[in-house]
Design a protein around this ligand. Structure first.
Ligand code: G3P
Ligand code: MG
Length: 349
């Protein structure tokens, strides 16, 4: 009986406790689970002195496959069942805008082959093309790349001289930056039709442009952080500005945007039957994760297993606490919230 009481009430906010785990650089590096990941998840799944099960979500700027597919893979890597209802990736939030573009042509970027097209169709976009489709239609759009066999098998044929794109969505990290930057410029400069006459005023192009992951860098299994979708966005804007004299207005989702944190709070509230929890994220990237957590007024525990390297000086955004790895982060949060008796600190039972 007692256990239930303190799970439901929290110390000073009256809110239940919940974790929001980042993936790259915290639970996973490259294709492998980090040693601390399994232990951390086992602790919050009840393997602790109090037998507590603490609700949690995974909140990542990664993506490129469906939530179901990624959770299937993560469950194997992490050795615990990850439910798609507790998993938010960079483009999951597009489920909330797909209805606006349901029956108009949209261009999606990122990921392998046509995987992202299928994800977009799963969200409710019904007319989805990618840059490989356009290159298959007319190879002179980008003469410096010849479609591979696999790419050829993934394309959807269409006459793009008749298709006017309403929007461009960068779902995940593009594989072919050069082709993708060329095609985005083509679509925007011609007001939607690849190869169409250029608009006189590019700033008035009707094409919406949406990026889902602001990360300039992220941590994989290489010794140093790798360029992310944010670097692709900057590369595009630099080229577009050289061509037209100005940057192109765009919408941004993903951590640290408030849209993504509000979306995550909505998902957590759903999981906690309408209660808004006191959230503890354990991430690795100050620029995206800590900046976002601070703006969302979440406590945050910056771990040292990913992008942030303490030898390089203080983090650009101040976390609530720093920890060697995710298991230290979980322990610190539980220590903050519960005393040795399992009583939630600050609560008079
Ligand atoms: O491409 C993914 C990367 O930008 C970061 O992912 O899990 O650390 O938010 P994550
Ligand atoms: Mg990360």
């Amino acid at each position: 009986m007692r256990l239930i009481i303190f799970l439901k009430a929290s110390s000073n906010t009256g809110r239940p406790l919940a974790f929001a785990f980042d993936i790259d650089g915290v639970l996973i590096r490259g294709g492998e689970a980090l040693p601390a990941a399994k232990e951390a998840l086992s602790i919050i799944n009840g393997n602790n002195a109090l037998g507590l099960k603490i609700p949690y979500i995974l909140l990542t700027n990664g993506g490129g496959v469906s939530e179901v597919e990624r959770c299937r893979k993560l469950s194997i890597q992490l050795g615990v069942q990850i439910d798609p209802a507790q998993y938010i990736q960079a483009h999951t939030i597009l489920k909330t805008v797909a209805h606006k573009y349901a029956d108009v042509p949209v261009l999606v970027l990122g990921g392998k082959g046509d995987t992202v097209r299928k994800v977009a169709e799963g969200y409710g976009f019904n007319e989805v093309y990618n840059t490989l489709d356009i290159l298959a239609w007319n190879p002179s759009v980008w003469p410096l790349h010849t479609l591979t066999q696999d790419e050829h098998l993934s394309v959807k044929s269409a006459d793009f001289s008749q298709i006017s794109f309403a929007a461009i969505f960068v779902f995940h990290d593009p594989r072919n930056w050069a082709l993708d930057i060329q095609v985005i410029c083509d679509v925007i400069q011609s007001g939607g039709i690849v190869g169409g006459p250029y608009l006189s005023d590019h700033g008035r192009s009707p094409v919406d442009l949406v990026f889902c992951n602001p990360d300039l860098i992220w941590r994989s299994d290489f010794e140093r952080p790798r360029l992310g979708q944010g670097a692709f966005k900057d590369a595009f804007q630099t080229v577009f500005k050289s061509l037209t004299g100005s940057n192109y207005p765009h919408v941004l989702y993903g951590k640290p945007t408030m849209a993504t944190y509000s979306f995550a709070e909505m998902v957590l509230k759903d999981r906690l039957r309408g209660q808004l929890p006191s959230v503890f994220p354990a991430p690795d990237n100050p620029e995206s994760d800590i900046a976002g957590a601070n703006a969302a007024q979440w406590k945050s525990i910056l771990v040292h297993t990913g992008v942030y390297n303490p030898q390089q000086g203080p983090p650009s955004h101040q976390p609530t606490h720093e920890a060697e790895d995710v298991v230290q982060a979980v322990r610190w949060a539980l220590d903050q919230e519960f005393d040795g008796e399992g009583v939630r600190k600050g609560i008079v039972a």
